[in-house]
Design a protein around this ligand. Sequence first.
Ligand code: GLC
Length: 734
Amino acid sequence: MSDVSTVPVYKDSQMPVERRVADLVSRMTLKEKIGQMVQCTGAEFGDEKAYEDALREGMVGSRIGCDSQWAGNEGSRGISVEELNLHQRIAVEESRLGIPVINGRDIIHGHRTVMPVPLAQAASFDPEEVRRSARLAASEASAEGIHWTFAPMMDICRNPKWGRVIEGFGEDPYLAEEMAVAMVKGFQGDDMSAPDSIVACAKHFAGYGYCEGGRDYDASEITSGTFHNVVLRPFKAAVMRGGVGTVMTSFQSNGGIPSSASGFLLRRMLRETWGFRGFVVSDWGAVGEIEFHGACQDAKDAVRAAVNAGVNMEMIRSLYPRYIEALINERRISEETIDELVSGILRIKFMCGLFEHPYTEADPSRIRSAETLAASRRQAAHCMVLAKNNGILPFSDSLKGKRVALIGPMVHERGPLGGSWNLGSPGHEFRTIGEAFAEEAEKRGVSAAITDSALWDEQLRFANRCDVVVLCVGEHSNSTGETHASARYRLPVGQDELVDAVRRTGRPFVVVCVSGRPFPIPGARDHADALLYAWHCGTETANALMDVLFGEQEPSGRLPITVPEHEGQIPIYYGRKMPGKVNDWENRNANLYDDGWPYYNGEDFLPMYPFGFGLGYTTFDVSGICVDKTEIPAWDTVTVRSRLINTGSRRGTAVVQCYLTDVRASVSRPMKELVGFRKVTLDPGCESIVEFELNEEAMGFYDADGNRLLESGEFRVGVGLDSTVRPSVPFFVR
Ligand code: GLC
């Protein structure tokens, strides 16, 4: 035990965190407290010297981006560990209390090794692989002086026209819960203070994915039932199961209340209901934007609203240092509230070991290591979704000596493969699909025909002279991510025509969609021999694609979001509630297909591909679904059992999915809900018993006031390989 008389309690690592927090807050001036609530890029102070002066005065709680560029999609200059250490030394050794700065950055899907975009990672239906991927990202980022990431993003989205759909985990709350917890645990590890851990951030809290029309930043109008039973679920899981250290507020308003001013979100749900003890950071300038929403009188009033709602730290705009003292003097906020908010920030700084390890020892061995690159390549293949295959894939030795044309707009792209939140890896570090294909084809005695011409007539000329065509369509990463939304949900202009032109060559062809989200490609669905959604899978996209095309890896991804037949169907998702007039034979224009999709006046609303769908290189059968009890008391559990058989001729992986229907409740419940999934790999002819244990978590739901209910009555359960499962095995909760 250190000599307490010489070392202040807050500097004594042997002391309990809460005592250190209380001791430090008691020593701070109001100015120093407000300083901790400031997050900046450093550029706001004009120049580096002014920034260093601010550090000396304890006026900076956190630095964002850490490469002195605006945080966003273009990080042109890399991080300088020396510079970060130099600034940290000023904060720790030259300020009055020596409180370290926490360095934050968007490590959304990888850092120097770019992993698949989160929507693709959700397609893996493999939380353990997602956790490992986040762990590797944390190791790379912490090696370069980053302490905190603004991830995972867990905004449920059912409108893929919203460009940020790629940053989240898709349409389903259960899948999003599992992925959010996995990613938080990956970033924070078992010990948030470990040198290769970084603090995670659950964002954007909450409802951003419901921005109307998929128009980024637009208002959302989410009912309280949907808020509690869909939108909030991954955040609750991230806090209560993942132990996430921070939360970020969302830009949009819901029901007219901007999230950064929402006491319902930040106090009642986050802190009072879920027991959150970390800190809340606003999104970029979102405190000041409370005024833009017209939900307060002016910028000063915006600060009042955000502080009283519980926003601990303001990202950019520096309105907190401008107005908090005056607001205290006007008794519109209290210093007790400031103490509470500053305590949340300091608590995380203590828990992540910043006071003990404020400086970074650069460790290049953790950057783009062979292990990390291999993991990225493996994960990419496990995210890819095979939507159609008449047997042409995987390419076999029969292709030897044949000519294969590789054409399309994504053949020679590099940076776009990295997705829209790649800040750490410049485009030249990416291998193109063309380069990877040329090498793989040569290795396998296949004659690759790849033209450098961007002109599609020339590319089609190549296609006409070949035996097989691989057509790589898709979108630039800049068409996804923040500030991106579209009124259409199709491949970029002209590409559907290109698919049709390849069809007209009469050659067997494979369509590969290299994009942040899975577009409907009717020409591929109707005429191609195979359709593979390869996503923006980061650094190893091209290599992983070769592994999949030539069978080194099986594409084992399943759709985390419904693919509509056309954008007119959006919003379209499997977990919908029963519409009115179901099977009302008098009203012949409104009826439901068996699996719940409506049929109106000859225009059907069947999606192109349903949530959870995906093929592999073998086939599976699920049968023998049964429950161990047909009647249970509310506190009990039901075990759902099914038999999975690999009915194909190759070893392969299935994603077995369990769906539940609450047949009768006090409110209309979704027609079915995912309540469990398991990724299972079997040799041909082998079988496995797959079990799901269902408890209150699965059968219960929230009422409009957020009260948890488990009502008695009939439930039906189904197990299958995608969301077209019809839950039909009954059991009763008494
Ligand atoms: C952006 C994004 C948010 C990101 C933050 C910092 O505006 O909305 O997701 O973490 O700014 O870059």
